[in-house]
Design a protein around this ligand. Structure first.
Ligand SMILES: NC(=O)c1ccc[n+]([C@@H]2O[C@H](COP(=O)([O-])OP(=O)(O)OC[C@H]3O[C@@H](n4cnc5c(N)ncnc54)[C@H](OP(=O)(O)O)[C@@H]3O)[C@@H](O)[C@H]2O)c1
Length: 358
């Protein structure tokens, strides 16, 4: 009969055997380090190759698809913050793919113009809801939106609406009202709209939910602190949801654009000029829309993917140092513009800054 002492003896025996065998294989510590180094290098190499392969698939090969968007998602798409900028351009892309569109933003005149333009270009139905996601009465806001969408089979929700400070700045220069606006619009709208529309998608076993995050969420970004933190929330939100509903047939996607020339970047002439690195909204959206269903997390635009790779390659302290330098210079540019405007219009005050009431 075996006693515990026997077990200990036999374990020690086996261990001695293994150590003895390994000694035969590795002549010394150098060999062990060499194997660990080779393993590390192989893992890094695999990571780099699969990242490039994924980018090729998402940005190049995916474009050959002939997906039927209405069958795949459903007849209606809701795009928040869609009277202009990325949301407006993304809505146009969806309409070109046959989806009826519900536009949402605060300004009815801009919404009516966007509706007329999309209807002229595409043979789809376009409706709009005038809504302020920063409203003081958040409960009533979402009740009203829910009632307005009640008769629609919404297959795709694009949580695009987002606000930044008027220009990059440190926390104490941002008004409390602006901070609430960021929280309600950037976090609240995506959370509540998804909560409202996801259940019917789950019942139908198909649909799509997109959030528009930001490159500033990929590392800590000083002088865009609250903005980038709200965008980080979206990253976590959509990836966790994708896991929770992984067997539901619903597509989830987090888009992380870098600088795009829109009203949001209008505080800087350099950014407003646009180009290959800083595309306009139309160019960005036509690229991003094609990545839906191909990647759960993508910049949506290849030159932005290059920027993401650079950002991921540098240590956090370098990213923060660079962001602060860039944001300081963008703030100086914005303040100089505001000062010029103020002097042109004969005002002693700068009429717009981050602490002004929105
Ligand atoms: N542009 C960039 O460089 C950049 C980079 C990374 C991420 N993003 C993200 O991309 C998304 C779109 O940005 P964008 O550059 O296209 O912005 P934009 O040009 O400023 O457009 C924002 C849209 O949201 C609407 N909106 C703003 N506040 C609203 C509110 N309280 N309630 C309802 N609608 C509101 C605006 O319409 P009204 O004014 O008529 O309400 C407009 O249609 C945002 O989430 C942004 O954070 C942008």
């Amino acid at each position: 009969m075996r006693t515990p002492e026997h077990s200990i003896d036999s374990f020690k025996f086996v261990l001695d055997q293994i150590v003895g065998d390994l000694k035969g294989v590795f002549v010394g510590t150098h060999d062990v380090l060499a194997v660990l180094g080779a393993y590390y290098a192989a893992r890094k190499m695999y990571g780099a190759v699969s990242t490039v392969a994924e980018a090729v698939y998402v940005h190049l090969l995916g474009r050959a698809s002939n997906m039927d968007w209405v069958t795949n998602y459903g007849p209606w798409a809701v795009v928040t913050g869609s009277s202009e900028g990325i949301g407006r351009a993304y809505a146009n892309e969806l309409a070109l793919r046959g989806l009826n569109i519900v536009l949402m933003s605060r300004n009815e005149r801009r919404l009516a113009r966007a509706k007329a333009e999309i209807e002229m270009d595409c043979k789809v139905r376009v409706e709009y809801i005038v809504a302020d996601f920063a409203s003081d009465n958040q409960t009533d806001l979402y009740k009203t939106i829910e009632a307005a969408l009640a008769d629609k089979e919404v297959g795709l929700l694009v949580n695009n609406v987002g606000v930044m400070y008027d220009f990059p700045d440190v926390l104490l220069n941002i008004s409390q009202q602006k901070l609430w606006q960021l929280i309600h619009v950037n976090i609240g709208a995506a959370t509540m709209m998804t909560h409202m529309l996801l259940s019917a998608m789950v019942d139908r076993g198909k649909g799509g939910v997109v959030v528009v995050s930001s490159g500033s969420s990929t590392q800590m970004t000083p002088q865009m602190t609250v903005y980038s933190a709200t965008k980080r929330y979206l990253d976590y939100f959509i990836h966790s949801l994708a896991y929770e509903y992984r067997n539901s047939g619903i597509t989830f996607q987090c888009l992380i654009p870098f600088y795009t020339a829109t009203r949001m970047t209008g505080y800087s002439e350099r950014l407003s000029k646009g180009g290959w690195i800083v595309p306009d909204a139309a160019r960005y959206a036509s690229s991003a829309v094609e990545t839906l269903g191909r990647s759960q997390c993508t910049t949506g635009y290849f030159p932005h993917t290059l920027q993401l790779w650079i950002g991921q390659a540098v240590p956090n302290w370098l990213w923060m140092w660079g962001s602060e330098k860039l944001n300081n210079s963008l703030r100086q540019e914005a303040l100089a513009r505001l000062a010029r405007r103020a002097s042109r219009y004969g005002s002693q005050e700068i009429l717009s800054d981050n602490s002004r009431t929105p």
